[in-house]
Design a protein around this ligand. Structure first.
Ligand code: SF4
Length: 702
């Protein structure tokens, strides 16, 4: 059955309409796509996450379907001229297969790497992992989710034995008496989520936001803590210190459901609020008010996001907030808990089915003999033939073309030239490859460097599943077939696997791939065995784990036990340490990065949408007016932000909402305004997540 025919059967039989979800962020807002004349209309639809709302990105998503920049033919670089030239599919795929064979013959199997994305469907993420391990037999696969959620994932596994961003449905936010948001700005990144926060406010709840900037979300808070970037961990430890001294700990919960509290108690004893005020700039009174609001509430939720995670100590920072939640007895209690707001569209599902360097489907570990045996059985290969773990994304990208590093790479759904830290260095690594292949539907900055570019289908042209920030598996439905000349990523992998004589089959029908994924994930942490497309449709999504087609799914985790060997959550003693790159006389200011409402990730898509371009036409640098005054900079002046790694140039935007010792730039643009020309490539030792949120810079009028 074609994707369009299958979708039509689920849209009241009308082939001009499809009930699906937004292609962008992890909220995965429900929407209806309708073909009217020669255009595709987007209509919001009621779904538990967005409750009928969409942001501007969702409303305008269909504009890219027929965009003039759409790639509809493969491109192959002409060795004589160095230009990308149109080619047939057969020629492009032959070129790739020959390149892979040559590189592996000369340098070994690990000389070819694969780089995926957190926007790929579950089926594609699964197939990509299988392709790397079975067709290429390389250990080198990782993905851009490493930039986004890996520190909270690692902290969640450390404490709870499982990583599901929200271990409860989003609607629980509305019922929390106190909600603490750390380094999250959903008013700009996920506006429909604010409906749940409005519910919470209407019920008399308190919202507390921790963010170095007075963001659109912080403006709506009852209390805003504005710490110096990189000091969140100390703030969390001070909150736990206060909770201890004021008798707010849930002792029964700690005794019955956790291990390791005594060591954490000893660790946070040294985090005197007055000292943390000196370190972070957060007044003692605000720390006390926050601890009391959390510790005395009948229900409370603590949520972290990129602001807490994107540090060289991101895992420990998240762990500090998890410790606080555990000490207050929140996880597993109705209306309470700890969660992480995942960012990318399939940020959750994309990190469960084998795109990560150390992972097999079902969130299994690739170095676990039982996991290898199970997955190899599903794939019909010998477990001995599966490669071992690779390395995290930045380490992988930084090794490209270097002695012993991969010499070829296949990129699906990612644009590291804009999104990687220390991007100029990564760009030069990509340029040094023998073979770079990019599958995309637009010519991203990374695709522009490729030897072969493959034009692939967009979200409205394919069926599949996504797993949203709640761990809810959703159906993506095709509205129409891809334009002539365009193929699906699954078809690309199947064609290449065939050319490489892969010892396993690579189905091109997403329903068939999902059936295989279910078997591969069965018995794993992220168990999808009981999830069928029909069940997703009937139930507005299915929450994993769902091992049994006839059994229940799991909207809420941890009610009775945690996914650890003894069923108890594990406290982690963690201590504050400075940013990897402290400020100094030459680089006296802190630099931090983030998003704006009208753009998404590296901007490959949203920068091409007219309404979004009008709303957010280019990069900028946010400075406090006092700092601007000292630097002789006025609104709109072009400024140069320089770090030890590179510089960006963009117009100054003066605002009192940022600290005078910190400057901010959004990361959606390439070229001169590329924020990642400046960022630090220090990474967290556990998660491999880069320190996007803080480095040392100097700023001057350009
Ligand atoms: S909030 Fe996210 S999922 Fe919803 S419309 Fe906007 S970008 Fe799409």
């Amino acid at each position: 059955m074609t994707d369009r025919a299958r979708s039509a059967t689920r849209s009241g039989g009308d082939p001009r309409q499809a009930e699906t979800h937004c292609p962008y962020c992890a909220l995965q807002c429900g929407m209806v796509l309708r073909e009217t004349g020669d255009r595709v209309e987007v209509l919001p639809r009621q779904f538990p996450t967005n409750r009928g709302g969409l942001c501007q990105k969702g409303w305008t998503a269909a504009e890219l379907l027929d965009h003039r920049d759409r790639l509809t033919t493969p491109l192959v670089r002409d060795p004589a001229t160095g230009e990308l030239r149109p080619a047939t599919w057969a020629a492009a795929l032959d070129r790739i297969a020959a390149g892979i064979r040559a590189v592996q013959a000369g340098h070994g199997r690990d000389a070819v790497a694969v780089f995926g994305g957190g926007g790929l469907t579950n089926e594609k993420a699964y197939a990509l992992g299988k392709f790397a391990r079975v067709a290429l037999r390389t250990r080198h696969i990782d993905y851009n989710g490493r930039w986004c959620m890996s520190s909270a994932a690692a902290a969640g596994i450390r404490a709870f034995g499982v990583d599901r961003g929200l271990p409860f449905p989003l609607a629980d936010l509305g019922r929390a008496e106190t909600l603490l948001l750390v380094g999250a700005n959903p008013a700009e990144t996920m506006p429909p989520l604010m409906r749940h926060l409005a519910d919470q406010r209407d019920r008399g709840g308190r919202l507390i936001v921790v963010d170095p900037r007075v963001t659109a979300t912080a403006r709506q808070a009852d209390l805003h803590l504005q710490p110096l970037p990189g000091t969140d961990l100390a703030v969390a430890n001070a909150l736990l210190h206060i909770a201890l001294t004021e008798g707010l700990i849930d002792k029964d919960y700690v005794a019955a459901r956790t291990t390791g509290f005594d060591e954490v108690r000893r660790t946070v004893a040294g985090y005197w609020p007055a000292e943390v005020e000196r370190l972070s700039g957060v007044p003692v009174a605000d720390l006390e008010a926050t601890a009391r609001a959390l510790g005395t509430a009948g229900s409370a939720i603590i949520l972290t996001a990129r602001g807490a995670e994107q540090h060289a100590k991101g895992v420990d920072t998240v762990s500090a907030f998890v410790n606080l939640a555990l000490a207050l007895g929140l996880p597993g209690r109705p209306g309470s808990g700890y969660g992480c707001l995942t960012g990318q569209g399939n940020g959750q599902g994309g990190r469960e089915h084998g795109q990560k360097a150390d992972q097999l489907p079902g969130y299994r570990k690739i170095d676990d003999p039982a996991a290898r045996e199970h997955v190899a059985g599903v794939w019909g290969v010998d477990p001995e033939d599966l490669p071992g773990p690779g390395v995290p994304a930045y380490q992988l990208l930084d090794s490209l073309g270097t002695p012993g590093g991969p010499r070829a790479m296949l990129v699906f759904g990612s644009n590291p030239v804009v999104s990687a830290p220390r991007a100029a260095r990564i760009e030069s690594r990509l340029r040094g490859l023998d073979l770079l292949v990019v599958a995309d539907f637009l010519l991203s900055e990374t695709a522009a460097l490729a030897d072969v570019v493959l034009p692939v289908a967009q979200w409205a042209e394919e069926d599949g599943t996504m797993t949203n920030l709640e761990g809810r598996v959703l159906r993506r439905r095709a509205l129409r077939e891809p334009p002539p000349g365009v193929r699906s990523d699954l078809a690309v992998l199947a064609e290449l696997a065939d050319r490489l004589d892969a010892p396993a089959s690579f189905p091109t029908d997403p329903a068939e791939v999902f059936t295989e994924l279910r078997r591969a994930s069965a018995g794993g942490v992220a168990d999808y065995a009981g999830v069928s497309w029909e069940r997703i449709e009937a139930d507005e999504g299915v929450f994993w784990p769902c091992p049994d087609p006839a059994g229940p799914d799991t909207p809420r985790l941890f009610a009775d036990s945690f996914a650890t060997p003894d069923g108890r959550a594990r406290f982690q003693p963690v201590t504050h340490r400075p940013a990897a790159e402290p400020v100094c006389a030459d680089y006296p200011l802190h630099f931090t990065t983030g998003r704006v409402l009208a753009q998404y990730q590296s901007g490959t898509q949203t920068r091409r949408v007219a309404a979004l371009r009008r709303a957010a036409p280019g990069g900028f640098v946010e400075l406090h007016p006092d700092l601007a005054d000292r630097l002789g900079v006025t609104e709109g002046d072009e400024v140069r932000v320089a770090s030890r790694r590179g510089e960006l140039r963009a117009p100054a935007r003066l605002t009192p909402t940022i600290r005078p010792d910190t400057v901010f730039a959004p990361f959606h643009w390439g070229g001169a305004a590329r924020a990642n020309s400046v960022t630090n490539d220090a990474t967290d030792p556990v998660s491999g997540m880069p320190e996007f949120k803080i480095c040392a810079v100097r700023v001057e009028k350009a």
